[in-house]
Design a protein around this ligand. Structure first.
Ligand SMILES: CSC[C@H]1O[C@H](OP(=O)(O)O)[C@H](O)[C@@H]1O
Ligand SMILES: Nc1ncnc2[nH]cnc12
Length: 296
């Protein structure tokens, strides 16, 4: 049976394993050439707008950051027709002004992962996407506007910030935490960078709504991060996150923001497509479709 087509995707991280506001939800199991996604993609409507939701670590939080099938996740979302992808993530704060329970609309990343595959390319096709601005500024602005429109009581929003993506699963040492602070980074997590790269390769606009849950382990006046602390703070602000997503989705549906990400491969593919092995072209068909002579 043909899959439903949905323009907006949401990846929920720690603490956001489902979206109760999603109506008419149907679970879609979408196998991909890169394996199975983290879980079924749940397709339904948020305030009347079709949305696909995916629990990043699986609905029971059973996948480590290193084990996340990021390629399958992004590929499956692309197969559904997703053009805008909102990531919701728990992060540690590396700055005193970003307090636990604050929201950060991240605009930069630093890659400290060591054991992830963050490209769809290879196997006879080479491409180099531009990644100077890893987050789609137009989609990030939608998140900021959504937060401002909601006027949530007691919520501080930071309109930009650099997210260090570490390998995990252990949290950082104090020396690492201080190192990232000396680099000027704002928050730390373990998941978003591979997703952002793969979404760009798949020409999907990507933005992150980061929920600060702790001060990692650098702050002299605050206890070091623990799962207990992260979960307690997530419980408090996951409702806010869902409200922001619903508002953002409404705004995207009313006025889809133009995004350069939607043409990210235009000048990125090095290998002439007639020199790419047919099996590779077939595997990447949903991603390469606009550039193929015979797209369907
Ligand atoms: C439960 S604390 C560490 C865990 O939380 C974050 O996950 P996500 O980005 O999916 O919200 C962090 O990256 C770690 O995976
Ligand atoms: N301090 C931290 N480090 C890495 N990932 C996190 N997720 C939430 N808090 C974190």
């Amino acid at each position: 049976m043909a899959l439903p087509q949905v323009k907006i995707g949401v990846i929920g991280g720690s603490g956001l394993y489902q979206m109760p506001a999603l109506t008419g939800a149907v679970a879609q199991h979408i196998p991909t050439p890169f394996g199975d996604p983290s879980d079924a993609l749940v397709v339904g409507e948020l305030a009347g707008v079709p949305v696909a939701f995916l629990a990043r670590h699986g609905r029971h939080h059973q996948l480590l950051p290193t084990e996340l099938p990021a390629r399958a996740n992004i590929y499956a979302l692309k197969t559904l027709g997703v053009e805008y992808l909102i990531s919701v993530s728990a992060v540690g704060s590396l700055r005193s002004e970003v307090k636990p329970l604050d929201l950060v609309v991240v605009d930069q990343f630093i890659d400290r992962t060591r054991n992830r595959i963050s490209t769809f390319f290879g196997a006879g096709i080479v491409a180099h996407i531009t990644f100077e601005n890893p987050v789609c500024p137009a989609l990030a602005q939608v998140l900021i506007d959504a937060i401002n429109t909601l006027n949530l009581p007691d919520v501080t929003v930071h309109r930009q910030g650099t997210y260090v993506c570490m390998e995990g699963p252990a949290f950082s040492t104090k020396a690492e935490s201080e190192l990232y602070r000396s680099w000027g980074a704002t928050v730390i997590g373990m998941t978003n960078l591979p997703e952002a790269k793969l979404a760009r390769e798949a020409e999907i606009a990507y933005a992150t709504l980061a929920l600060a849950t702790d001060y990692d382990c650098w702050h002299p006046d605050h206890a070091s991060v623990s799962v207990e602390m992260v979960v307690a703070n997530l419980r408090k602000n996951v409702t806010n996150a869902q409200a922001v997503i619903q508002q953002a989705v409404t705004q995207i549906a009313q006025q889809p923001p133009p995004s350069k990400a939607h043409r990210a491969l235009k000048n990125a593919i090095m290998t002439p497509l007639d020199h790419v092995p047919p099996a590779t072209l077939e595997k990447l068909r949903p991603i390469l479709a606009p550039y193929l002579k015979n797209p369907s």
